[in-house]
Ligand binder design. Structure first.
Ligand code: SF4
Length: 700
């Protein structure tokens, strides 16, 4: 007798129908199973065919609300002369946008138009329309605010954009500025980390704050914020000095290892030096370097807490060099150079029809030729002061710079200066409120999506419409199709249903489209040591610890340590401000969710009790945080976990104006106090480089 799957059991018990989906609430994009009854989402869990299995994080479980949130955008709208919005039809909206785009291109060239996206579904449609057909090189994700330094370090050294982690087989794991247990314990990667700990793997966490992951670590290294690079260089110094590196691997696969070894010794990046910089004692550094070099397999990696500094790129290059010099690359228990899935583009454009821009991309013109994504912190200067060249029109697709970029006030000014601004979103975000045209996008439950997943092996997720779109909202592929028709590119966007383009995208998968649709997720084999056959994707075919691509672009080919000067506190601004997220919210998809607001409905600052006592501040008080640029009032929580002299703020709340009725007015909009600060090579945001003063506020 055929076994009943748990999908079928749930359907039977709940009277539902299961439709495979994808969660796009955070960048993990987990494959999901969406259970639907009477055109309503009643339950969501992980996809049993994906590495995550059926588990999901709390944000994902609560996401069902999105499909019926009464505060979602329902109709296209255009700003009127009094600053309000008028409802218009899709035809009017798309005609207006197309007319403007054609006249702007005629007058100023296609490069003055930018398309910016974050939690996009199927970003390839806008990429093909805007870059291949309309002709602008300025199409960009939000990487500058996120993993830009990590991506560039990996590109420069491995010729690979996205390393993942094989915690499952690792015996020594060192994590820098990342808090997987504080973010999401349901992910396969984090469950593997727990399993590795149970098996006896050693966990070391480098973080100025004792995070939830640090609490479970064997060693927590509370570095002074922004000094991780010095700690990593000192570990490299010790391993070079004691010749504890993997000699055979270094000789065979590292390009410029001798230059790197000579460099760390000549620069005097000793553990003793690093103690003075980082606050971590030299014996601990020495011991950890010895242990890391001696334990196989091992891995070290990091994320936002490390990259949000102007010296984050070199910190990352050193961390990847530590993995490489100890031979811990792409094997079981190492960082993995993820194999891409064989996905095709959704539409076919003959090569001779692909537009060739006349001007360089904004990244290049701004002086960041290697930046993976456009340094969006500098976008306002392109719009307002036409530096390095003018940007006249911009699209914001589920991205909210007027709220979420540091120095966000300048983004508000930027919005006013654009000739055409279009927001495509689910909610009336701060950016949408300042746009000329607002287009409602269908939610992740109401549209199809084909995307590469983030599992370490090749993975493709295929989600399908589970319920009807709310109001007149449309999937982005239908929005791009409508716009393409108005712009005269309709011939390329020909399909009767989403299955037509999805079938084309997945034509090279080893399973049929029907099987992919039924399962919702395909995973290939997780292969190790792929470089053995193919080499690395760099010019030399080896791991470039001496980077030729950085060298050619005029940068130092070897990582150095530079102090992030604005981090250094002074008498007027004696605290270092760092930022983080909370476990229960992520981006605009969660902030109007009543279930999640029930758990946490505002953001807060965290301060060490010693500092609080000296300032007469008690737990739960409201404090004023002032930077050289602006100030904000926010609730404070006292935590021993935060180092004295540091204040951590959780961002992502404080919506005003018209954003969802449940989120509005809750918490503090903190981003105006951060100054504009950009990594000089990657163009990533130096979000954590901010010194502030703190005082008790009388404001309620
Ligand atoms: S919010 Fe949770 S379920 Fe959704 S993509 Fe992120 S980790 Fe996955």
């Amino acid at each position: 007798m055929a076994e009943t799957s748990s999908r079928e059991m749930i359907n039977e018990i709940r009277g539902t129908r299961m439709v495979p989906g994808t969660c796009i609430i955070c960048p993990w994009h987990c494959a999901t199973e969406v259970f639907v009854r009477d055109d309503k989402v009643v339950y969501v869990r992980g996809n049993e065919h994906s590495a995550n299995g059926t588990s999901r994080c709390v944000k994902g479980i609560a996401s069902a609300h999105l499909s019926r949130d009464p505060d979602r955008l329902l109709h296209p709208m255009r700003k009127n002369s009094s600053g309000g919005f008028d409802r218009i039809s899709w035809d009017e909206a798309l005609s207006y946008i197309a007319e403007k785009l054609l006249s702007i291109r005629e007058k100023d060239g296609p490069e003055v138009v930018g398309y910016f996206w974050h939690l996009d579904s199927n970003p390839m449609f806008s990429m093909q329309l805007f870059t291949h057909l309309y002709g602008t090189p300025n199409w960009s994700g939000h990487g500058a605010a996120c993993d830009q330094d990590r991506r560039l370090a990996s590109e420069a050294m491995f010729g690979h954009p996205l390393p993942t982690k094989d915690f499952a087989h690792s015996r020594f794991i060192m994590l820098w500025g990342v808090d997987p247990f504080g973010a999401n314990e349901a992910l396969h990667e984090n469950r593997e980390l727990m399993e590795a700990l149970k098996r006896g793997a050693k966990l070391v966490v480098v973080d100025p704050v004792r995070s939830r992951t640090a609490e479970r670590a064997h060693v927590w290294l509370p570095v002074r914020p922004g000094t991780d690079g010095a700690l990593a260089l000192a570990m490299a110094h010790r391993i070079v000095e004691t010749q504890a590196y993997d000699q055979e691997f270094c000789e065979g696969w590292l390009y410029g290892f001798q230059e790197f070894a000579d460099h760390v010794l000549a620069q005097g990046y000793t553990p003793e030096w690093a103690e003075g910089v980082t606050g971590i004692d030299q014996q601990t550094i020495t011991q950890l370097a010895d242990e890391f070099a001696a334990t196989r397999p091992a891995l070290m990696d990091g994320l936002k807490g490390l990259v949000n500094y102007s010296n984050g790129l070199d910190a990352f290059r050193t961390i990847y060099t530590l993995n490489a010099m100890t031979g811990n690359i792409d094997g079981p228990g190492n960082i993995i150079l993820k194999e891409p899935a064989p996905l095709d583009m959704p539409i076919e454009i003959p090569e001779e029809e692909v537009a060739v821009p006349q001007r360089p991309s904004l990244s290049e013109a701004m002086g960041y030729p290697l930046a993976p994504d456009i340094p969006t912190q500098l976008l306002p200067w392109a719009v307002i002061e036409h530096q390095p060249y003018p940007v006249k029109a911009a699209f914001f697709h589920i991205i909210n710079p007027a709220m979420s970029e540091p120095n966000s006030r300048v983004f508000e000014q930027m919005m006013e200066a654009l000739e055409l601004s279009v927001t495509i979103d689910l909610y009336m975000t701060e950016t949408a409120q300042l746009s000329d045209i607002v287009l409602p996008e269908a939610s992740m439950f109401e549209r199809a999506e084909v995307r590469e997943g983030l599992w370490s092996g090749p993975q493709v997720i295929c989600s399908q419409p589970a319920v009807s779109p709310l109001g007149e909202s449309r999937p982005v592929y239908e929005i791009m199709k409508g716009l393409a028709e108005k712009l005269g590119y309709g011939e390329y966007f020909q399909w009767d249903s989403w299955e037509d383009w999805a079938r084309r995208m997945t034509q090279y998968l080893p399973i049929s489209f029907e099987e992919l649709k039924e399962k919702g997720c395909w995973q290939g084999d997780l292969n190790y040591y792929k470089y053995g056959e193919e080499g690395f994707g760099t010019g030399s075919g080896r791991i470039e610890v001496y980077s030729e691509s950085l060298n050619e672009a005029g940068y130092d080919p070897l990582p150095v340590y530079t102090e992030a000067e604005r981090v250094l506190p002074d008498d007027e601004y004696p605290f270092q401000l760092i930022n983080g997220k909370m476990q229960f919210h992520c981006n605009v998809h969660t902030q109007n969710n009543p279930y999640l607001l029930e758990i946490e409905d505002e953001n807060w600052a965290e301060l060490n009790p010693q500092d609080a006592q000296a300032l007469g501040i008690s737990d739960g008080d409201r404090i004023e945080i002032a930077s050289p640029q602006d100030k904000a009032v926010i609730a404070v929580r006292l935590r021993e976990a935060v180092q004295p002299g540091v204040v951590k703020v959780i961002h992502g709340h404080g919506f005003g104006r018209r954003f969802g009725s449940m989120a509005r007015g809750k918490g503090t909009h903190i981003n105006p106090i951060f100054e504009t600060r950009v990594n000089p090579i990657s163009g990533g945001i130096g979000y954590n480089e901010c010194k502030v003063s703190i005082g008790k506020s009388e404001e309620a």
